[in-house]
Design a protein around this ligand. Structure first.
Ligand SMILES: *Cc1c(COP(=O)(O)O)cnc(C)c1O
Length: 450
């Protein structure tokens, strides 16, 4: 167990043996807000928003489109306000995510709608709000969005989502751009060209460009470069067929972050520099004008800003077949607030957060309180041998796909989210209560349904 400065949020440090985040002692935060608790380092979040925005602008200049923060990684009304203030856009996939953005008074011209199966209600809501772009994901959707835009009496700007057939190397195999996936139109099969023609012929759609998202937790530029190369080839073929150029290239998200020792969060400047050079070379090669380039980082912004704080409830030692000892340390959350280890085999790190131990570290397994053997947060980690009930454990880099994927398994209320900044803390998503959950249970009289 070690405090890893590159995995914890920027304003995290150890002071007098205790983890402090933005100058708040975690023991005081636990007392005030309870555990499990998601703690967002607000200045870090704003720092990362700006880092991606300025990297895009620095490397693409006048052709820099927008950074669209992928709201599915984590969104709340307060966080949507930070994003809005930073001047970047937001990507939403459902009416629910759209509603959060609108509740934060997000400028609709900076909202982009995604999703492989958007309902008519969702498309209508997006058109009504006036979102800048809808990313078309299927043939049926061309007709659907066109019809709803027609009903609303508008011409809707759209992109089409393409699958460039690239298997990005990721730690988690969350790869979405090879051929055999539910998302998008395949370039190699000719489906993408067909979709582009379909949109061209739809009276109430304007095809602005193409989109791809190749996967998540990617650390090398190679996958992005291959995808961009194929998309630019597609733009060139489109120009040859239609006699006009599409202006926009949206390269999605997926930039990797550090979760454990040895990993290094993808630097926005390094990522944008590599992609910009490639896009310039490829567009020149095809004699295309430089497109407006947008990106959609989610995890790269939200993950590193947030730490989950748990309280230890029980411990036990198990003797392994090889005679070794494994220590189970059970905390007051688990797979209901962090499903990623169970879902993808994702790795996390953790520290004893409320004090320093002088005891030696022993092989431990950090587990939750759910009725599943697979309710494991960290399979194998060295933690001090004297960790006991009442101690606090902090797992860093839980800001993406943690609270946003949280469930009520075992009827657990979902944890609160607080923002900390310069020695102050405030609730931005309150903890669910038993009343919230029981409020869903009803006992209707049977009604005849024919
Ligand atoms: C999930 C997703 C993103 C964000 O992915 P990260 O790995 O969080 O950066 C961006 N765009 C689309 C279309 C997505 O589905």
């Amino acid at each position: 167990m070690k405090f890893l400065p590159n995995v914890f949020s920027i304003n995290s440090k150890i002071v007098a043996g205790q983890l402090n985040i933005a100058d708040c002692k975690v023991s005081s935060l636990a007392k005030e807000f309870g555990t499990p608790l998601f703690i967002i380092d607000e200045n870090d979040f704003n720092y990362r928003l700006n880092a991606w925005k300025s990297a895009l602008e620095r490397h693409f200049g006048a052709q820099a489109g927008s950074v669209y923060y992928a709201s599915k990684s984590f969104i709340s009304v307060e966080v949507a306000k930070w994003i809005s203030s930073s001047g970047i856009g937001i990507d939403v996939c459902t009416a629910g995510e759209l509603a959060v953005a609108l509740a934060a008074n997000f400028d609709p011209s900076k909202i982009e709608l995604h999703g492989n199966n958007k309902s008519e209600i969702e498309i209508r809501a997006a058109i009504k709000a006036g979102v800048s772009k809808i990313v078309i994901d299927s043939h049926q959707e061309i007709e659907r969005v066109n019809r709803l835009a027609n009903e609303a009496g508008i011409i809707q700007n759209v992109l089409i989502r393409l699958t460039p057939g690239v298997e990005a190397h990721t730690h988690e195999f969350i790869s979405t751009a090879h051929e055999d996936v539910k998302f998008g139109f395949s370039i190699s099969s000719g489906d993408a060209a067909k979709a582009a023609q379909g949109v061209e012929q739809a009276a109430n759609l304007r095809l602005n460009g193409v989109h791809c998202h190749i996967g998540s937790q990617i650390f090398e530029s190679e996958g992005f470069e291959m995808a961009a190369t194929r998309l630019i080839e597609f733009l060139s073929e489109f120009r040859d067929r239609n006699g006009r150029e599409l202006a926009e290239l949206d390269l999605g998200g997926g930039y990797g972050v550090a979760y454990v020792e040895g990993e290094i969060t993808y630097d926005p400047d390094v990522a944008m520099s590599a992609i910009a050079s490639l896009v310039k070379v490829q567009t020149t090669k095809h004699k295309l004008a430089m497109p407006v380039v947008s990106i959609e980082p989610g995890r790269a912004i939200s993950a590193p800003t947030t730490t989950t704080l748990y309280e230890v409830g029980t411990t036990k030692n198990v003797t392994l077949d090889d005679g070794g000892i494994r220590r189970y340390i059970a905390v007051d959350g688990g797979m209901s607030d962090n499903i990623r280890p169970a879902l993808y085999g994702a790795q996390y790190s953790a520290i004893l957060a409320n004090r320093t131990s002088t005891q030696s570290a022993i092989s431990s397994r950090l587990v939750g309180k759910h009725c599943e053997s697979g309710d494991i947060i960290i399979r194998e980690i060295d933690l001090p041998s004297d960790i006991a009930p009442g101690d606090l454990i902090a797992t860093p880099a839980t800001g993406a796909y943690g609270r946003s994927m949280a469930s009520n398994y075992n009827h657990m209320p979902r944890p609160a989210v607080i923002a900390v900044k310069d020695g102050t803390a405030r609730l931005i998503v309150r903890r669910e209560t038993q009343e919230d959950l029981l409020g869903l249970d009803v006992s209707e009289q049977p009604r005849t349904i024919n």
